[in-house]
Design a protein around this ligand. Sequence first.
Ligand SMILES: C[S@@+](CC[C@H](N)C(=O)[O-])C[C@H]1O[C@@H](n2cnc3c(N)ncnc32)[C@H](O)[C@@H]1O
Length: 281
Amino acid sequence: MASSTQNQTQPGQKDHWSSEAYSTSASFVPKLTQTLLQYLDPQPTDKVLDIGCGDGKFTDLFLPHISKVLGVDSSPAMIDAANRDYAGDKAAFKVLDCRYLETDDEVVNGNWDKVVSNAALHWILRDESTRLSTLKGIHASLKQGGSFVFEMGGHGNVAEIQGAMQYALLRHGIPIERVREAYPWFFPSVPWMTSTLERIGFRVDKMEIEYRPTKLTSDANGGLAGWVRLMGVAFLDVVEPGMREDVVREVCEVLEKTVTREEDGSQWLGYVRLRGVAVKV
Ligand SMILES: C[S@@+](CC[C@H](N)C(=O)[O-])C[C@H]1O[C@@H](n2cnc3c(N)ncnc32)[C@H](O)[C@@H]1O
C-alpha cells in the first residue's frame, strides 16, 4: 500500500509551481528534448514512469508511441494541469514527492520498462539525505533490463544566475549560511552521477554534459524576471515579501550585459545539461 503523507506536497510545504507561470517563463523546457526523446527510444509496448512530469507537456511528446505512462510530481498545480490536458486510457498523473518514491507501491514495483525524467532531478536530488534513496527507488521501480533515461541540470548550470541571486541576498543582509541553505538545486557532474548509479547497480551506457545556451521567453511577464521569480523562488523566500521584487530587479540589472545578445537584444542563460542512460542489470 502507498503510504499516506508522502503522496502529497508535505504538510506546510508551499506549492511554488504554476502551470501558467511555467508556460510564460519556461515553455522552452519541455521543447528542448529531442536528444532525450531519441535516447528514450519509445516502443509500443513500453510502460514508462515519468519522474517530475510537471504539466505533462513533455510526457505528451512520447505518449503516442508507448503503451502506458504514469507521471508523478510533487506539485498539485502541475498535476492538475497534466490531468486536465493529457490523462486518458494510456496516461495517469498523480502527486508524489519523489524524494520518497519507495513509499508508493504503484511506482516502486519492478515492473516499469523505462523511467524517464526531464529537468526535474536537480530539484528532487537537492536534499542530500534523500538523494541516494531516490536513485535507489528509480532502480527498484524498473524491471530487469529496464532503462533510466534522464536529463537534468549539470555542474555549472545557470552559473550567472546562481552567482547573481546569492550575491543579491547577501546585499540584502542575509547571512551566507542562510543563503546556502536556501540553494534549491543539485547539479551533479558526469563522474558523480556515473559512479553513484554504478554503485546502485546500474550499467551506465551514456553520461554526457552539454553546454546549451538557452533563449529566454520574450513574454512581458516572462523573460529573465519571470524565470527568476519561478525558478529562484526558494532564494526569494528568504527575504521579506516586500523586498522580493527589489531582489528580482537587482538580479536582472546585474545580469543585463551578461545575458543580452547584441544582434537582437534577446536574452540567453548558460544552461548546462547532464544526460544519461543507465540500465538495470
Ligand atoms: C522544470 S519542471 C520540469 C517538468 C517536466 N518534466 C518538463 O519537462 O516540462 C520541474 C518539475 O519538478 C517538480 N519537482 C520538484 N521537486 C520535486 C519533488 N521533490 N518530487 C517530485 N517532483 C518535484 C516540480 O514540481 C516541477 O514540475
